[in-house]
Ligand binder design. Structure first.
Ligand code: ADP
Ligand code: MG
Length: 326
């Protein structure tokens, strides 16, 4: 017999995550009740993953559970917030127990890594859609925002760029790579690791911060627009994984993906040049690669320069759900 909505909640979600002291009432009542730490501000984020839009239909349910939470944690990381608890709205075509077990494991494994509690949600029937909302805490006035970049400041990114976009091409069959490269790139697509400790460490150090979900150019574009300035990037300085480097070396047509590919979930931030050494030290402390990729400039727009100083012409743009023409 198919599971009822209440069986699904009891079996796969009620015990899926660790309990927290700030949660007075979790799953099971009409609302969750939270007792936030005195004097902290709340940062709240929500993101929806729609089957066939944000992930291919045949994606491993574990990866869907992981990623639905990871993309939200990446937004909190970009704000410098410390995540605390989440809610989940799940729309399912049917109560497929194998799917639910995998999904719940992916979600609970990432939640467990950061001690986050699932405190409530909603379970409905329809086309597969996963919405996760996460709240986190911030010391007053310390949120990292998209505003605040200034001409002359350095632009940094964490990790490597373009891996997830290459992973997506591998999954979709438009690209081939060796087993270990494919595993690495698909791992970056399906199980992004949110840069939470970096975001917290950047409080008071970065002048602006954003996570890269729609592609570097698109997301850095928001930072420039917010500060009414522009940016110059050195293409040769963009950090690439060895797998991405090899694929791009073999096919220069893939060379724009580090600039425009989505789903990287790295942080892009700006900081005054006199924080350069502090940021390098931080990279070592957190064991998180941080690379300076360019500078903020007065002139609006983003210019990407080749090694000889000539401008690189970039085709395409970051992902948009609603294009200007549609
Ligand atoms: P109501 O009808 O009052 O909105 P529901 O029957 O939808 O309550 O949900 C019962 C309880 O289970 C609530 O506490 C709700 O937050 C929780 N819940 C429902 N679906 C989920 C889910 N997918 N994940 C976590 N908690 C859920
Ligand atoms: Mg109710």
């Amino acid at each position: 017999m198919p599971l009822s909505e209440f069986d699904i909640i009891a079996r796969y979600f009620a015990q899926a995550t660790p309990g927290r002291d700030d949660v007075v009432l979790g799953i099971g009542d009409d609302a969750a009740v939270i007792d936030p730490p005195a004097g902290q501000q709340l940062a709240v984020v929500i993101d929806t993953l729609v089957a066939g839009v944000h992930f291919p239909l045949e994606t491993d349910p574990y990866d869907i559970g992981w990623k639905a939470l990871a993309v939200n944690l990446s937004d909190l990381a970009a704000m410098g917030a410390e995540p605390a608890w989440l809610t989940l709205a799940l729309t399912l075509e049917q109560s497929d127990e194998q799917w639910l077990a995998g999904f719940s494991r992916g979600l609970s494994e990432l939640a467990g890594q950061y001690g986050l509690q699932l405190v409530g949600g909603d379970t409905t029937r329809g086309s597969l859609t996963v919405t996760v909302q996460v709240a986190g805490y911030l010391p007053p006035g310390q949120a990292l925002t998209r505003q605040g970049a200034a001409p002359g400041e350095e632009i940094w990114v964490s990790g490597t760029l373009g891996d997830a976009a290459l992973g997506l091409r591998l999954v979709q069959g438009g690209l081939e790579a060796g087993d270990s490269a494919a595993e690495q790139l698909c791992g970056r697509l399906n199980r992004p690791q949110p840069r939470l400790s970096l975001g917290i460490a950047l409080r008071g150090m970065a002048s602006s911060c954003i996570d890269i979900s729609d592609g570097l150019l698109a997301d850095l574009g928001h930072v420039c627009a917010a500060a009414d300035c522009g940016a110059a990037l050195q293409y040769a300085d963009l950090p690439l994984s060895s797998a991405a480097r090899d694929l791009i070396a073999a096919d220069s047509g893939l060379g724009d993906l580090p600039l425009i590919g989505g789903d990287d979930y790295e942080l892009c931030f700006t900081a005054p040049a006199d924080r350069h050494t502090d940021i390098q030290v931080l990279a070592g402390q957190l064991d998180c690669p941080l690379t300076r990729i360019g500078r903020i400039e007065v002139e609006p727009g983003i210019r990407c320069l080749e090694q000889d100083g000539s401008p690189r012409s970039v085709t395409g743009q970051g992902y948009r759900h609603f294009n200007e023409s549609s």
